[in-house]
Design a protein around this ligand. Structure first.
Ligand SMILES: Cc1cc2nc3c(=O)[nH]c(=O)nc-3n(C[C@H](O)[C@H](O)[C@H](O)COP(=O)(O)OP(=O)(O)OC[C@H]3O[C@@H](n4cnc5c(N)ncnc54)[C@H](O)[C@@H]3O)c2cc1C
Length: 370
């Protein structure tokens, strides 16, 4: 059975690109509409850390395990242009004001850092470079027949029966489709004007990318770091296959600009992050910073994504709200959405915990001025 052939996907992040890829691979026509640039938001600036079993005991477990396996398969099948690598993962603690605790436990870490345990092994933790992953998956989707269009989605088209029949762009142009998927990350909140959807909020994070070359081995690190003023930061450090190391900390709930191109860092956030990095690692201290970034991850009220059909409306789907696991869960989300839209049922994972109808819908009147 095939229910839809031409599918319009709103948003060119990792989720939109993955849906386009799996639809294209099934022979459907996918059209991705992107306002800013593919991977221009969180999907190009996030950590790209992947874990097999860190969602165990939660409704995300099956999605995460399927996705972890798909990441390995995709990297293999598509030539790994996004630096997919397996790595060791450790946890540790550091206190800014501590004098050295003796000898450093790793050549790339200062003596202030105490490794407290191993959190993952190459069988269970991995990394991708997120911009290369998202743009690479979009290119692979295009090779399967998908199209990428620059444009801002401002409304949906409804047929005579009320079914969704495409999207309206800010230019006034209509892009028709048998189905429409909202994959706008935190900007999915704007789609509550067009569809009865729950809220999706943006949670801001700052990161730095250092050119570290060979100085840091394939070891990811999750730290608890106490600043001299007593505040606790929880930095994550991910050394990438391309010789850079990504570090994040300093989060917040600053307002989400309507235009993704206008996302900017909070005052002082990068300086604070840089000071912390220089404190915990001589390798980072010696390295050049090649990117200072800020981005918003999409979060729902119960912390679980929205993946599925919008209740009561033919042709309307949503895939967003992946929070801290959007890079990990993009492939299994793309695969499941392709199955749902083309076959009417999902085989590899269970989407029931992510049903959009489980949460109360958001009142778009609260978006005043946006
Ligand atoms: C600091 C940080 C670190 C993270 N680290 C990890 C990690 O290590 N591992 C992991 O698995 N996940 C991580 N994440 C989470 C992950 O990055 C996100 O869950 C994921 O990128 C969300 O992808 P998305 O496609 O839903 O949204 P986005 O990447 O936000 O994409 C949405 C797209 O929609 C476009 N858009 C917006 N409005 C419109 C419009 N009107 N019309 C058309 N297009 C529009 C935007 O330009 C954007 O490209 C991290 C997130 C942050 C913030």
């Amino acid at each position: 059975m095939s229910l839809a052939k031409r599918i319009v996907i709103c948003g060119g992040g990792a989720i939109g690109a993955a849906i386009a890829f799996f639809l294209g691979r099934r022979g459907a026509e996918a059209i991705v509409i992107e306002r800013h640039e593919v991977a221009g938001a969180a999907s190009g600036k996030s950590g790209g850390f992947l874990a097999l079993d860190w969602c165990r005991g939660t409704p995300l477990d099956r999605l995460a395990r399927r996705s972890f396996a798909l990441h390995a398969e995709l990297a293999d099948e598509l030539g790994n242009p996004w630096g997919y690598r397996r790595l060791e993962t450790f946890g540790g603690q550091a206190v800014e004001s501590d004098s050295a605790r003796g000898r450093s436990q790793r050549p790339w870490l200062s003596a202030k850092v105490a490794i407290t345990g191993q959190l993952g092994a190459p069988q269970t933790t991995a990394l991708v470079e997120p911009r290369a992953f998202t743009t690479g998956l979009m290119r692979a989707a295009e090779a399967e027949g998908a199209a990428l269009r620059q444009g801002t989605v401002v409304d949906l088209v409804r047929g005579p029966t009320g079914a969704i029949g495409g999207v309206v762009l800010d230019s006034g142009e209509i892009v028709e489709g048998d189905a429409v998927v909202i994959a706008l990350g935190p900007w999915s909140i704007l789609a509550t004007r067009w569809l009865p959807l729950p809220a999706v909020y943006g949670y801001k994070g700052h990161s730095l990318v250092f050119r570290t070359g060979e100085a840091i081995p394939a070891e990811a690190l999750f730290l608890e770091y106490q600043e001299a003023g007593g505040e606790i930061l929880t930095p994550e450090l991910f050394p990438r296959a391309d010789g850079t190391t990504w570090v994040c900390a300093v989060s917040g709930t600053g307002p989400l600009p309507v235009d993704p191109a206008e996302v900017a860092a909070d005052d002082g956030a990068h300086a604070r992050l840089e000071a912390m990095c220089r404190n915990i690692s001589p390798a980072l201290s010696a390295a050049t910073i090649v990117a200072r970034q800020a981005c918003f991850r999409p979060v729902t009220e119960d912390g679980l994504p929205l993946i599925g059909a919008v209740p009561g409306l033919d042709g309307a789907y949503v895939a967003t709200g992946h929070s801290v696991w959007g890079m990990l869960n993009a492939p299994a989300t793309g695969e499941a959405m392709a199955e749902l839209i083309l076959d009417g049922q999902v085989r590899q994972v269970d989407l029931a915990p992510f049903a959009p109808g489980r949460l109360r819908t958001f009142d778009p009147a609260r978006l005043r001025g946006r």
